[in-house]
Design a protein around this ligand. Structure first.
Ligand code: T46
Length: 142
């Protein structure tokens, strides 16, 4: 399984840093939704699901956390600890987010509006889904 982590261009000057993200330029899809999670309690694991269609970029814009990606065949843990790095998460990919620092803010850019029917929340159902879908999406590290 190849993991795609984007490194965005910070526009730094004597005042500090600024990162700008534009759809189809920095982000490989139209951004239809932005959400973020913060104040995550110690020991919590979020996620535990996959999406049928949704693609996302996860950016830990403050603090740090880890993401476990699982395509049904392989699992990888990716640390997110820089506000200028974004982890691409394709559809048909089981995800779990954990090890949140107390100050972590995990921002997500999503290709679709919120749609509960796009979620696969049962792991056995996910394994069946990816088996029937063929190979999950992957791309090279950038
Ligand atoms: C994902 C990972 C990375 C909404 O009302 N609108 C939204 O856009 C979202 C994302 C959530 N919600 C509601 C639904 C639940 O009542 O917020 C509550 C928490 O959502 P959930 O339990 O799905 O959160 P996570 O952290 O487990 O998963 C989220 C996304 O749902 C999911 O798409 O890939 O972050």
């Amino acid at each position: 399984m190849q993991v795609v982590k984007y490194v965005f261009q910070p526009h730094g000057d004597e005042r500090g840093q600024l990162v700008a993200l534009e759809e189809y330029i920095d982000i490989p899809f139209e951004i239809k939704r932005v959400y973020f999670m913060y104040d995550t309690k110690d020991g919590v694991i979020r996620g535990h699901h996959a999406h049928k269609s949704l693609e996302q970029i996860l950016i830990c814009i403050h603090g740090s956390c880890k993401v476990r990606l699982d395509n049904g065949k392989e699992k990888k843990v990716i640390p997110l600890e820089k506000p200028y790095e974004g982890l691409y998460v394709s559809n048909s990919m089981w995800r779990e987010m954990f090890d949140f620092s107390s100050d972590a803010v995990l921002m997500v850019l999503a290709s679709e509006l919120y749609e509960e029917s796009d979620y696969i929340r049962d792991y056995d159902e996910f394994l069946e889904y990816v088996k029937n879908c063929g190979d999950t999406e992957s791309a090279e590290e950038v």
